[in-house]
Design a binder for this molecule. Structure first.
Ligand code: ADP
Length: 214
C-alpha cells in the first residue's frame, strides 16, 4: 500500500492577461500527506481554484515543482498528464456536474465505463460507492429527482470511482444548507481519514464553518 505524499515547492502560476499578467500563485510550498483532510481558506479571487487545478494536474504551473509520490507532475506530457489525472485524482465541484439523463448509479459508473470496465463490474462498484455515501436506495433516480445534498454525495461517489489518491473538492458545500453541508463534510472526512494514508482530500472553501471539520 502506497502512502500518499504530495509536495509542492515554489509553485508560481501566472495567467497572461493583457499587459500585466495575473500572478495567482506566488511561490507556494506545501506538503500534503495521505490521511489528511485539508482546507484552503481564502476569499474569492485569492487563488484557491488555481492551486486546486495545479494539485489535480488540470493545469501546469509557470514555475516550481509538484511531486505526487515519486512523480514530478509538471514534467508529464499531455497524454501522461491526462492519464495521471484520470487514475489518481477525483474532482468534486460546487455545481455538481452530473449528467441529467443518467441515473445515479450510471453517473457514478461513468469514469469506469469510459475506462473500458465491463458494465456489470462498473455497476457493482458504483453500487458499493452509493452505499458508502448512504444512497443505495436512490441508484435508479435521475439528478432532477434528488436534493442538492444527495446530488453532491453522488458526485463524491463518482469522484471516488477510480480509487484516486487525491480527492479535490472546490467549494463542495457552496450550494448546500448547513445541515446538508455537515453531512457532505463528514463523508469527505471519512474518505480521507479512513484511507489508511492512501488518500488525501483537499477542499477549497471560504466557509470557516466548513474548514473547522478539516
Ligand atoms: P479563488 O478560487 O480563490 O476564487 P482563482 O484561483 O479562481 O481564485 O483566481 C485567482 C486569480 O487568478 C484571480 O485574480 C483571477 O481573476 C485570476 N484568474 C483565474 N483564472 C484565470 C484565467 N484563466 N485567466 C486569467 N486570470 C485568471
Amino acid at each position: 500500500m502506497t502512502k500518499l505524499k504530495l509536495q509542492l515547492s515554489g509553485v508560481v502560476k501566472e495567467y497572461p492577461t493583457g499587459e500585466q499578467p495575473v500572478r495567482a500563485l506566488d511561490g507556494i510550498d506545501l506538503t500534503i500527506d495521505g490521511g489528511q483532510f485539508v482546507s484552503l481558506v481564502a476569499p474569492s479571487g485569492a487563488g484557491k481554484s488555481t492551486l486546486l487545478h495545479m494539485l489535480g494536474a488540470l493545469d501546469t504551473p509557470t514555475a516550481g515543482s509538484i511531486r505526487f509520490n515519486d512523480v514530478e507532475v509538471t514534467t508529464l506530457d499531455d497524454n501522461a498528464q491526462s492519464d495521471f489525472r484520470r487514475h489518481q485524482v477525483g474532482f468534486v465541484f460546487q455545481f455538481f456536474n452530473l449528467l441529467p439523463t443518467m441515473s445515479a448509479w450510471e453517473n457514478v459508473a461513468v469514469p469506469k465505463l469510459l475506462d473500458g470496465t465491463p458494465i456489470k463490474k462498473a455497476k457493482a462498484d458504483a453500487m458499493r460507492l452509493l452505499d458508502m455515501v448512504g444512497l443505495a436506495q436512490r441508484s435508479e433516480h435521475r439528478p432532477a429527482q434528488l436534493s442538492g445534498g444527495q446530488i453532491q454525495r453522488i458526485a463524491i461517489a463518482r469522484a471516488l470511482m477510480m480509487d484516486p489518491a487525491l480527492l479535490i473538492a472546490d467549494e463542495p458545500t457552496g450550494n448546500l444548507d448547513s445541515k446538508t453541508s455537515h453531512n457532505v463534510l463528514e463523508i469527505l472526512g471519512d474518505v480521507a481519514h479512513g484511507s489508511e494514508g492512501r488518500r488525501a482530500v483537499v477542499m477549497a472553501t471560504h466557509d470557516l464553518e466548513a474548514a473547522r471539520s478539516t
